[in-house]
Design a protein around this ligand. Structure first.
Ligand SMILES: [Ca+2]
Ligand SMILES: [Ca+2]
Length: 508
């Protein structure tokens, strides 16, 4: 076995996969000045020079940053051309190259093949080259590269991730060697990578939680991270990774942003170093809002056909930056499965961090039965967020059938079938709403004899509205005059339905 060279003495870059394209966002002034400096620092051959680290790391980090803001710029394309033209062989260079190629939509299958050839088949990690001792950083970078290439061999990924999580120290961090203490740089890099696999291929939440706790404990009084004094590259990587972790880290973000913005040089750079400048820019860009639809509610979740109701979405910003001009769009059905927009786009003027606001439309529906209302915040994705996958929510309504009042003869029960003439008895009855909508108040009338052919009105009563499908039981006092057979008729909401009491009393 070869021993891997020690690389503890210099900075090693890292990359992130940015899956989104350019966004027009309200930028803090440090971003455009930093970008201008980064553009000016590119050499005529397309690369960025080595200052605090090698030109390959500088260039790879600079491309990560430029891609976030100006993915179609000549700066980006010339940098990518330089990066992809370099002959590289160590695991870390190869991994950065794979990520850069895949992000640009280019083929990296040959590079992935070499990377997999380097893999230690026993331990499952990666060293600098084939046959080198496994290393934490090389394994992390290889996993990042395989993620960007959508590599999916579960066994390979599992063994490598397990190698890393089993080397996580008790304090939640990682160090370069078994006996070394944890450090911010390595822990942030691994946390970023683990977050990209969490809930996609693996559940590494407990490892993520421990890494977050470690990093949070390493924030310095100046708001930055790293072995005090704070370092720009460590602060930037830690901020990026903490946000990517999905944990709520709002308590530390403002101070770290302040550290980064105040440590920018007058010329727009950080430390006159492309690598630090790129990481700082990328970290500042990761401080984004996160919009989500917290709930969808209705003034009446069970309207009748044609009834206009108000649909309200509660939109929340749980991110780290404010958002403005937020489009909120309502759909009947899932928009990703043919659902159609209802109402017109609603615009929320602004949402500050940790605030929420409501958007509403008025709408009526045709066709009875269950319907699902979807609401999407920022449906055209014009606002860059820390998560783009939580912007949709839904809730069910039921469009109800019309009310339908009914009384049935078997629901009419006199207290006696042989009452004496002139003696009061009671009649128990049930009135039913066969429909799903509320009836509103109505009257019931009891007749002696068919009301359509001269029956006598005995009693009229008021019934308060029946809810959908409600059955209401009541009683009426009755006194019949005259011997002989009587047939009682109960009429609910005259005109709706008449029922005949067939078991007529026979008075002796
Ligand atoms: Ca979101
Ligand atoms: Ca968005």
């Amino acid at each position: 076995m070869f021993k891997r060279a020690s690389r503890l003495s210099f900075l090693i870059g890292s990359f992130l996969m940015f899956l989104f394209t350019s966004f027009a966002s309200a930028q803090i002034p440090q971003i455009p000045t930093g970008l201008r400096w980064l553009n000016s620092a590119q050499t005529t051959t397309g690369n960025w020079p080595a200052v605090e680290t090698t030109e390959y790391y500088s260039t790879s980090a600079a491309l990560d940053a430029v891609y976030v803001f100006e993915p179609t710029s000549s700066t980006y394309t010339e940098g990518l051309t330089w990066l992809s033209s370099q002959a590289v062989s160590p695991t870390d260079y190869l991994s950065r190259r794979i990520a850069a190629l895949k992000r640009a939509g280019m083929d990296a299958s040959a590079e992935v093949e070499v990377l997999l050839y380097y893999r230690d088949l026993v331990v499952g990690g990666w060293g600098t080259h084939k046959g080198f001792d496994d290393g934490i950083l090389d394994t992390t970078l290889a996993l990042q590269a395989l993620r960007s290439a959508n590599y999916s061999d579960f066994g390979v990924l599992f063994q490598a991730i397990n190698y890393l999580t089993s080397n996580q120290k008790n304090d939640g961090g990682w160090g370069f060697k078994d006996d070394a203490v944890s450090n911010v740089y390595l822990t942030a890099t691994i946390l970023q990578m683990l977050a990209s696999y969490n809930n996609v291929t693996f559940n590494v939440q407990s490892s993520i939680d421990k890494a977050v706790a470690y990093l949070l404990s390493k924030q310095n009084a100046d708001g930055g991270f790293g072995s005090s004094p704070s370092k720009v590259y460590e602060s930037a990587l830690a901020l990026d990774a903490l946000i990517a972790s999905g944990s709520n880290v709002s308590a530390v973000v403002p101070a770290t942003v302040n550290y980064l913005t105040t440590s920018q040089s007058a010329n727009g750079s950080w430390n006159d170093d492309p690598y630090s400048t790129a990481l700082a820019l990328r970290a500042l860009a990761s401080v984004r809002p996160n919009l989500s639809v917290a709930s969808v509610s209705f003034t009446n979740p069970m309207p009748r056909e044609g009834e206009t109701i108000t649909l309200t979405a509660n939109v929340r910003n749980s991110g780290y930056d404010s958002a403005s001009d937020i489009v909120v769009r309502f759909y009947l059905g899932d928009p990703s499965a043919g659902g159609m927009q209802i109402g017109v786009d609603q615009i929320l003027p602004s949402l500050s961090v940790n605030s929420s606001s409501q958007a509403s439309i008025s709408q009526s529906f045709t066709g009875t039965g269950g319907k699902t209302i979807f609401v999407v915040a920022d449906p055209d994705n014009t606002i860059s967020e820390t998560s783009e996958s939580d912007n949709k929510s839904s809730s069910r309504i039921w469009v109800a059938t019309e009310p339908d009042i009914a009384v049935y003869s078997e629901d009419l029960k006199p207290s006696t079938y042989v009452p004496s003439a002139g003696t009061a008895f009671t009649l128990e009855y049930k009135v039913r709403n066969l429909g799903e909508s509320e009836t509103g108040a109505f009257t019931i009338s009891l007749y002696d004899g068919d009301p359509a052919s001269g029956g006598t009105l005995l009693q009229t009563g008021n019934i308060s509205g029946l809810t959908g499908t409600e059955v209401r039981t009541g009683t009426i006092g009755v006194t019949l005059r005259g011997d002989g057979a009587h047939t009682l008729y109960l009429v609910a909401d005259s005109g709706n339905q008449i029922t005949e009491l067939t078991k007529a009393s026979n008075i002796a």
